[in-house]
Design a protein around this ligand. Structure first.
Ligand SMILES: C[S@@+](CC[C@H](N)C(=O)[O-])C[C@H]1O[C@@H](n2cnc3c(N)ncnc32)[C@H](O)[C@@H]1O
Length: 214
């Protein structure tokens, strides 16, 4: 599912229709992405660290499973992907902004200059934008990143090293500017073997509550 850009879509298109509809739970079972539709336990575990009511960016959102999770927690969300077809059911909500953008086009990021209470990225890697993400986390805000790591190529896609994190890479990238709350890199076998790396980090020095994984 992680692909290099095949086409340049030109200017970013922001969708700000207001049509009502307030379902806060996932309302779809399948989509073009055919990926998981329930949020990652890593994301749900650390989502409570996002300052209440603050805007959350779900980057390369796919079907928006994590944006939907934060909506359910009362956050306004920004859903960004080069293919926004699987979040169209959320278009028009006052608490949803949908941005269609190619993050790998070399253009200015469509969220440049903005800061978010939380940024969530899962199952997507484009290294040039990693340093910019820490800047886009507001003071006191949260970054959650989870994607595949080197070694995954022995089990399944993605196999391209451009799409696989080196051991410690998220720690090195974000540990400089953010307070790392949790980090893991390793092989998980359930529901299928895959190598993943993931981090949860906050901007600010104050200790944050670490609740048991739910
Ligand atoms: C594996 S899916 C992950 C979706 C979602 N984050 C999740 O975990 O459910 C990867 C997503 O990255 C998006 N994507 C890939 N290349 C992109 C690019 N250049 N710009 C923006 N989005 C991109 C795809 O459209 C797809 O929705």
């Amino acid at each position: 599912m992680i692909q290099n850009p095949r086409e340049y879509k030109g200017a970013f298109r922001r969708m700000t229709r207001y049509e009502g509809g307030m379902n806060s739970e996932p309302t779809y079972d399948k989509g073009r992405h055919l990926g998981p539709t329930t949020p990652s336990p890593w994301v749900t575990r650390f989502a409570p660290l996002a300052p209440a009511g603050g805007a959350v960016l779900d980057l390369a959102c796919g079907g928006g499973r994590h944006g939907r999770h934060f909506l359910g927690r009362g956050h306004p969300v920004v859903l960004l992907d080069r293919d926004i077809s699987d979040v169209q059911d959320l278009a028009g909500r006052a608490d949803v902004e949908i941005i269609e953008a190619d993050l790998e086009s070399g253009s200015a990021l469509p969220f440049a200059g903005r800061q978010f209470a939380a940024i969530v990225v899962t199952n997507y890697l484009w290294r040039p934008i990693l340093p910019l993400l820490a800047d886009a986390v507001a003071e006191g805000g949260l970054l959650i990143y989870e994607t595949f790591g080197l070694g995954n190529e022995d089990y399944s896609r993605p196999r391209n090293p451009d799409h696989l994190l080196r051991p410690g890479e998220l720690l090195e990238t974000f540990g400089k500017n953010l307070q790392v709350v949790a980090y893991e890199h390793g092989l998980r076998r359930d529901p299928k073997p895959r190598v993943i790396q993931r981090i949860a980090a906050v901007k600010g020095g104050a200790p944050v509550p670490i609740e048991p994984e739910s």
